[in-house]
Write a protein that binds this ligand. Structure first.
Ligand SMILES: Nc1ncnc2c1ncn2[C@@H]1O[C@H](COP(=O)(O)OP(=O)(O)OP(=O)(O)O)[C@@H](O)[C@H]1O
Length: 729
């Protein structure tokens, strides 16, 4: 049986691929190399299945306002179609071809690849825009972006007037942003056509008045038109793409739009199943990693896992097991990738492994669609994913691990076989695959809608129930979200956007409950503290508690613990780390100081990656609130003020202790328990607010602070009355 080392990797160098990642040409690359690489890319492009139908596709887009394209993974849709349309003249009058992706990492890496294919510098003809990052210029004509970014752009340019074509890629994912975008694009397309064919004489006053819930038949796009009355637009071409799309329902949604199929893929992918179900998929994944490493030929491995904690634990286990192998077999490197990982770290997975080493990428479903990770030949798919679920009755959203759909399994296997034949190891039997659902339930039907509704309101869409969603969200879910947005002060009693708060909240790139906390904190004089807290709450697991060092890690955590709760504890961690970093910087380089901080994190059982990410989020949202003109001040030692601000912000998540030590969430009536990781697990105060509900064998709440229940009627009178609070005790 040839081992990796015996098989050798002398033919498997990626030295050239470095350039497609950086999107720049490095100084030490010779002209000859560059020329060879360009030729190789041109050859690759020509041999993609989609290349043979280039002219037909351009014609189809020319003759159809909306086109649905279904093509196998790797057929070339994402990278090629925008270039074909550009060459076909769709940007002649200065229009932009916009391509949306559900995920940031796909938008960035595909843009880099396409820039290289076009032989241009990234940010010129080809660029990308994602939240907090813009690599475009006035000459950009092919622009990759997240669907969320395009939605935000519509806030400023309701007709999306700069775009001649918008391609919605990976539409099968049906993320909540994709679904909202589809509805919005449909109305923008209609509005732009109407602006050409008819005089604009719509009675806006009528359409914009009245109660939101009653106006189910209001014309969408009316309020959008209002702002651009009298202007003429060019028609907007829409292309909806995916490898695993239910073309018929998309076609029906777009009024019988034409659907075309692009046949074939460049390289075959062998699919392997287990004979029987695996009881421990993490262990099965580990065994498969090593089986591939020791028995299969060269090629990197991509493993799909469910979340950051699982990825980090598998990373440790791989490293431990690797040490048990003979030294010659130890050439295996692990790279994690998950959404809360800072983007420069995410990009590391796209770097080639050093010669002679095999790369193992441990990923969440962030790497499931659109991305091409150079070197990947093997995919390990346990068939699970962490998905959002939402309970209308309680109004509480949680993340649970569920089986993937067939569409997701297909996408995952499609990550192999992009540069040559590949293999996909599904860690479940084939019979189980047959039982999987064809596609994933649209996220819009299983998530809290507050953010979406606030965005739509800010876009001028007043009638949420009547909005042309491809699949309508549950009416109760809409009503609940409207209610909570009203209670948060984002909407008026008539459910209109409340000015200025609703607008400010819509512009902050965090969930409404957190944007409200930031706005309130400026009034409570504790915005400095709240910025840190909100940033820390956006990242996963700040504390790292390895099973074999449970006691040590608990002792370390005590140094930061606040008797008032987890929010102040997080604040202590952030500030202590910052103080340490500032001290370290004295008389040493920034890099050395960062290195010292990493060491400090390790010693204190702090997850260094999460902390760095929190620091990034902090500087970004700080920029946002400053732009909005909010004053960043600190409440200094008056932490009572900070706790009162937490109560005033998170009052929807207030819970009261019951005689048996469990808690009742006052707003929803749900029974919950304090999670053992909370600093308040033992003290169990009378009244708490929390930020997260985790469903395992119990309903656990995390990120908790003790509050005085009498604050609730005082700080959230729209939700609690004094009378009620007296009956709680
Ligand atoms: N960054 C890259 N590095 C190397 N090759 C790439 C890269 N991006 C794309 N390719 C090549 O181009 C092919 C087509 O990729 P593209 O993303 O356009 O396909 P697709 O049809 O959109 O697939 P999917 O549905 O999986 O997104 C890949 O299979 C791969 O061979």
């Amino acid at each position: 049986m040839p081992t990796m080392a015996q098989g050798g990797r002398s033919n498997f160098t990626h030295s050239n691929q470095q350039h497609q990642i950086n999107g720049k040409i490095s100084n030490y690359d010779s002209k000859a190399n560059l020329f060879a690489r360009r030729q190789k890319i041109q050859h690759q492009r020509k041999s993609l299945p989609i290349a043979s139908v280039e002219k037909r596709l351009v014609e189809e887009v020319r003759t159809n306002d909306t086109l649905i394209i279904v093509g196998e993974t790797g057929s070339g849709k994402t990278t090629q179609l925008p270039q074909y349309l550009f060459n076909g003249g769709f940007c002649h009058d200065g229009g932009i071809i916009g391509i949306t992706q559900p995920r940031r990492v796909a938008a960035v890496t595909v843009a880099k690849r396409v820039a290289e294919e076009c032989g241009v510098e990234l940010g010129q003809k080809v660029g990308y825009s994602i939240r907090f990052e813009d690599a475009t210029s006035s000459s950009t004509r092919i622009k990759y972006m997240t669907d969320g970014f395009l939605l935000r752009e519509a806030l400023l340019d309701p007709h999306l007037s700069r775009y001649s074509v918008i391609i919605v890629d990976e539409a099968h994912e049906r993320t909540v942003q994709t679904d909202v975008l589809l509805g919005l694009l449909k109305s923008v397309q209609k509005a732009r056509s109407r602006s050409i064919s008819e005089p604009l004489n719509i009675d806006h006053t009528k359409a914009n008045n009245g109660s939101l819930l009653k106006k189910e038949n209001a014309v969408q796009g009316v309020s959008i038109l209002k702002q651009h009355r009298g202007r003429r637009f060019t028609p907007l071409k829409l292309v909806i793409m995916s490898a695993s799309l239910d073309a018929r329902s998309f076609s029906e949604y777009f009024g019988g739009a034409r659907a075309v199929h692009v046949q074939g893929r460049q390289f075959p992918v062998d699919i392997l199943y287990t004979r029987s179900p695996e009881t421990d998929y993490v262990d099965a994944a580990l065994i498969t990693i090593f089986q591939i490493h020791l028995e299969e030929g060269p090629g990197d491995i991509l493993v799909f896992l469910t979340g950051q904690e699982e990825i980090e634990s598998v990373e440790r286990l791989v490293q431990e097991r690797l040490l048990q192998l003979p030294e010659v077999n130890q050439k295996l490197l692990t790279f994690p990738i998950f959404s809360s990982l800072p983007s420069e770290k995410q990009m590391k997975v796209f770097m080639p492994a050093p010669v002679g080493f095999r790369k193992v990428i441990l990923a969440t479903n962030i790497a499931e669609t659109s991305v091409t990770i150079p070197g990947i030949k093997y995919v390990i798919d346990p068939g699970l994913v962490k998905a959002r679920t939402y309970c209308c009755q309680t109004g509480i959203e949680s993340l649970i691990v569920v089986a993937t759909s067939k569409a997701q399994a297909l996408q995952r296997s499609g990550r192999a076989g992009r540069e040559g034949p590949g293999k996909c190891f599904r860690l479940y039997p084939e019979s189980e695959f047959q039982r999987l659902k064809d596609s994933t339930m649209p996220e819009i039907q299983r998530c809290n809608l507050s953010n979406v509704i606030l965005q739509l309101k800010a876009l001028g869409v007043d009638d949420i129930v009547g909005f042309d969603f491809m699949e309508k969200p549950d009416r109760i879910a809409i009503v609940r979200s409207l209610e909570s947005l009203y209670l948060l002060g984002a909407l008026t009693e008539e459910y209109k956007l409340a000015e200025p708060v609703g607008n400010q909240m819509a512009r902050l790139p965090v969930e409404p409950i957190y944007s409200k906390a930031l706005i309130l904190a400026s009034q409570f004089n504790c915005l400095e503290e709240m910025l840190i807290t909100v940033a820390m709450l956006q990242v996963e697991s700040i504390f790292y508690t390895p099973r074999d060092k449970l006691e040590e890690s608990r002792t370390a955590m005590k140094c930061f613990s606040s008797p008032e709760g987890d929010h102040q504890t997080l604040l202590n961690v952030y500030r202590t780390a910052n103080e340490f970093l500032e001290k370290s910087k004295i008389g040493t380089s920034k890099e050395k100081a960062e290195k010292n901080l990493r060491k400090w994190c390790k010693e204190n059982f702090i997850n260094g990656r999460s902390l760095r990410h929190a620091r990034d989020v902090h500087s970004q949202i700080k920029g946002n609130v400053e732009q909005m003109g909010l004053r960043v001040t600190s409440c200094e030692d008056d932490m009572l003020q900070f706790r009162r601000c937490l109560a005033a912000s998170f009052f929807l998540n207030a819970a009261l202790k019951q005689p048996d030590g469990t808690y009742r969430v006052l707003f929803s009536g749900q029974m919950v328990q304090i999670h053992p990781s909370s600093v308040l697990f033992r003290t169990k105060p009378e009244c708490i607010i929390f930020n997260e509900l985790v469903r395992t064998n119990h309903n656990y709440v995390r990120n908790i602070t003790r509050i005085d229940y009498l604050w609730l009627p005082e700080l959230a009178p729209q939700c609690y009355t004094l009378q009620e609070s007296e009956s709680w005790c």
